[in-house]
Design a protein around this ligand. Structure first.
Ligand code: EPU
Length: 343
């Protein structure tokens, strides 16, 4: 294990922002963590955990220690007639875990196909797509307490999952380095294809779902058609969260904007932030969708995604995000919040 000084992170964040960090270290084994705990650079610095770097925006250099999760391994813990319990190390890529599960015909995470990032980062923001969230199949999260230097297991309830939210983003932010995640997946067919866009895609292409891989392939195809590949255009997926309002508030908005798309969820109404952004713009009559300014812009097929066309700074992206937030506030009175972690 080697601590590196003045390390550039441009290759380790999918936004491709060039920032320097004071110290950088890679964790390849659990023993590395114990060793790191006794090192002075660890004790004396602010810490930032990094996985795939696909949900962060660096707005300035980081004057602390970045700890990159490279813990690898996927194992089947137990297997009964209905379920399989899979333990996956935090540094595995999420898509590898989805592939591992669909290759074995298991059900549960096929809708989360091609979500970028690592397994360790997945519970932090409770990744979700096409009607499924990781919390639906999660058993527990293993983590290393960076203040005490020991391991802790969080059962699902202790993670306090919400929409793109968990305890690891709030009260325990920066306190637990996620080492492994255990999921309970189903051997029995358990398909979840009610998400409108997925349903429409299956109907249009006359796809009959025979196994979990069919779902994973369909989701992969939809994602590829709408979301920019960070290897080609730098981005961090949805930059903003969708907006949830009370039914009464939605009814008022609907009177003014009868065409506003909406989805009922747990006694609240979800309004797609992508639509709100598409309806606003830098000036009247121009939409943010497909907008470009200098090195940054709003993706042309999904207005929730901000992109760095090359050479952008984090401040440039943030300044565009702030312009979008104020335009949505001015027009609809609704407050967008970032989904990505701003550093
Ligand atoms: N819409 C627009 N314009 C847009 C984009 C979306 O009008 O430019 C409206 C449409 O009405 C569409 C609805 O938004 O029917 C929903 O769009 P979509 O299914 O593409 O999903 P989303 O709500 O925009 C969320 C997640 C995505 C996830 C998709 C699919 C958030 C913040 N984003 O986006 O997650 O892939 O659902 O389930 O919840 C990510 O987190 O990085 C991410 C990509």
């Amino acid at each position: 294990m080697k601590i590196q000084k003045n390390y550039n992170l441009s290759k380790l964040n999918t936004f491709g922002i060039s920032v320097q960090v004071k110290f950088f270290v890679e964790i390849n084994t659990e023993a590395d963590l114990k060793e790191l705990f006794n090192i002075k650079e660890f004790k004396n610095n602010e810490k930032l955990f990094l996985g795939g770097g696909s949900n962060v925006l660096f707005t300035k250099d980081f004057n602390g220690l970045v700890i990159l999760n490279k813990l690898k391994g996927i194992e089947i813990l137990k297997d009964n007639s209905n379920d399989v319990f899979i333990r996956c190390m935090g540094g595995e890529m999420w898509y590898s875990l989805v592939d591992f599960s669909v290759e074995r015909g298991l059900w549960g995470i096929e809708n989360l196909s091609l979500v970028p990032g690592t397994v360790g980062a997945a519970p932090v923001q409770n990744i979700g797509a096409y009607g499924v969230e990781i919390k639906d199949v999660l058993e527990n999260v293993e983590a290393f307490d960076v203040d005490m230097g020991k391991n802790k297991i969080f059962q699902k309830e202790e993670c306090k999952f919400g929409y793109r939210d968990s305890v690891f983003k709030n009260e325990f932010k920066g306190k637990y380095f996620i080492t492994a995640v255990t999921l309970k997946l189903s051997k029995k067919e358990n398909k979840n294809i009610n998400y409108k866009i997925l349903q429409d895609y299956l109907e249009k292409n006359k796809i009959e779902i025979k196994n979990s891989k069919d779902v994973s392939d369909a989701v992969g195809a939809i994602r590829k058609s709408k979301l920019p590949d960070p290897k080609v255009i730098h981005n961090a997926g949805s930059f903003f969260k969708n907006v949830f309002v009370k039914v009464s508030e939605f009814e008022k908005l609907q009177k003014i904007y009868p065409e506003m798309p909406h989805f009922d969820e747990d006694e609240m109404v979800k309004i797609p932030a992508g639509w709100l952004i598409e309806e606003c713009g830098p000036v009247n009559g121009i939409s943010w969708k497909g907008y470009k300014k200098g090195n940054v812009g709003v993706h042309e097929k999904q207005a929730l995604v901000l992109v760095n066309y090359g050479g952008a700074t984090g401040e440039e992206v943030l300044s565009l995000a702030n312009e979008i937030i104020s335009s949505v506030k001015d027009k609809f009175g609704l407050k967008l919040s970032p989904e990505v972690n701003l550093i």
